[in-house]
Design a protein around this ligand. Structure first.
Ligand SMILES: Nc1nc2c(ncn2[C@@H]2O[C@H](COP(=O)(O)OP(=O)(O)OP(=O)(O)O)[C@@H](O)[C@H]2O)c(=O)[nH]1
Ligand SMILES: [Mg+2]
Length: 433
């Protein structure tokens, strides 16, 4: 490939499919029309399809490279739809480097990020929703993220979108019949029937749109900001929740100045906790900047926790949850969640309460939800077009809106307009996927 040229889609590509760095085994995958020839060049005759075989790999001069487990996965029933082989090599860097050189010498080239999945999409092995589900599963850090990504990867969302598309197609066919055969006098119930069906479809899409923010939040993770007056124990709370000594805690008010962040798992949801500078009037420029940043973080957070001192419950900010700390010194004011970070009293209940909030903010009921801004935009366009179609009296215009609605739905799974999206979507994958 010449620098600056677009990578050729017909090239045979290879990439490390397992994690980088030293490991017991690393899996190197190749895909493309030349995979079979290349396997034979390195490992002798082709192994039986889909059966592991142990082979000595050799370079062009016959020098041994490694003894490796080899899998031969001929297309079209492979991940990419092409001929694929997997080399399970010993995990040293030098082994990987030597085998990569031998593959280059045979004419294969390193894959771009997401190129295997992109080929799978082009071969019709998966749609865009499923491909994105794979990327999300690779990136999943918590249990709830794993389950959501797995649902998406296995096509649960695709089935819903395909169902909508099928119903829209039927509606459009009736609408076109009305246009093409105006004199045939289709019974009135036919038009009333498909208008009713359009309303039902629109309501389903709107319900899904309402649930979508939860799915997106789970995919990206939540942000919880801890705010409050100086010295109430904000940093102590962050450290306790993270179970690590991250923020400096001291009896001196105004200790925390920069906003500090740590990622934790609350109820299976990844949450970035932010500890901030105590809110108060100050002449100190640095502290004032810290306070400005604290307010900025709070404005962007999914949940604001205000910590107050149980002895003087001063709520200094808008908050979703108020926590009274230091209940070892005074009882918590009525209605507030009381805790003593010092003695641990009330801490488990507070942590459970935060986990509950995290789950509430990310759960959208049992149905699969759409998880990316891209899906939302397309679904919103589709719903808007159906609403416009319902408002049209002219059959031709109504049909045109219905076609727009179909197109927008097609963008979600990649049935329509995919080429423009592919670089964006697959470029964000890791290499080897
Ligand atoms: N008695 C008691 N003291 C506590 C408790 N939690 C924290 N402290 C003490 O309160 C003081 C302030 O704690 P920090 O966590 O630094 O408070 P902060 O809100 O981060 O303070 P700034 O960063 O200055 O805004 C420290 O001396 C802590 O040891 C508690 O539950 N009980
Ligand atoms: Mg602090």
């Amino acid at each position: 490939m010449i620098a600056g040229d677009a990578p050729r889609r017909s090239d045979t590509i290879f990439a490390l499919a397992s994690g980088a760095g030293r490991s017991a085994i690393s899996v190197l995958r190749i895909s493309g029309g030349e995979a079979g020839r290349i396997v034979q060049a390195l490992a002798g005759r082709l192994p039986e399809p889909r059966r592991a075989s142990l082979r000595t790999l050799r370079d062009g001069s016959g020098a041994p490279l490694d003894r490796a487990l080899l899998l031969w996965l001929p297309g079209p029933a492979s991940f990419t739809g092409e001929d694929v082989a997997e080399f399970h090599l010993h995990g040293g860097r030098a082994v990987l480097a030597a085998v990569s050189l031998a593959l280059l010498a045979c004419g294969a080239r390193p894959a771009e990020p997401g190129e295997f999945s992109r080929r799978a999409f082009i071969a019709g092995r998966l749609d865009l929703l499923e491909a994105e589900g794979i990327a999300d599963l690779v990136n999943a850090e918590t249990e709830a993220q794993r389950l959501q990504a797995l649902r998406q990867m296995s096509g649960a969302q695709s089935v819903i979108v395909a169902g909508w598309a099928g119903r829209l197609k039927r509606i459009l066919a009736f609408q076109e019949a009305l246009i093409d055969f105006p004199d045939e006098h289709l019974p009135e119930e036919v038009e009333a029937g498909f208008l009713a069906e359009m309303r039902i479809l629109l309501a389903e899409m709107e319900a899904q749109l309402a649930r979508a923010p939860a799915g997106e939040r789970l995919r990206r993770g939540l942000v919880f900001a801890i705010l409050g007056a100086p010295n109430v124990g904000k940093s102590s709370l962050l450290n306790a929740l993270a179970r690590r000594d991250i923020a400096i805690v001291s009896a001196q008010p105004g200790t925390t100045r920069d906003a500090l962040e740590v990622s934790i798992d609350l109820g299976g949801v990844p949450v970035t906790l932010i500890d901030t500078a105590g809110l108060r009037e100050t002449g100190d420029v640095i502290e004032a900047e810290g306070i400005r940043r604290a307010r900025e973080k709070a404005a962007l957070a999914d949940l604001v926790v205000c910590v107050v001192d149980a002895r003087a419950a001063e709520i200094v900010t808008h908050a979703d949850l108020v926590v009274a700390n230091k209940i070892d010194l005074a009882a918590a004011p009525a209605g507030l969640c009381g805790v003593s970070i010092l003695t641990g009293e009330g801490f488990a209940a507070l942590e459970a309460r935060l986990a509950e909030e995290a789950v509430r903010l990310t759960s959208a009921g049992a149905d699969p939800v759409l998880t990316r801004a891209r899906h939302l935009a397309a679904l919103r366009d589709s719903a808007a077009a159906i609403a416009a179609a319902l408002a049209c009296a002219l059959p031709e215009l109504r049909a045109e809106e219905l076609r727009l609605a179909m197109n927008s739905l097609g963008r979600i799974t990649g049935a329509v307009d995919a080429e423009a999206l592919l670089d964006d979507i697959f470029g964000a994958f890791c290499i080897g996927k």
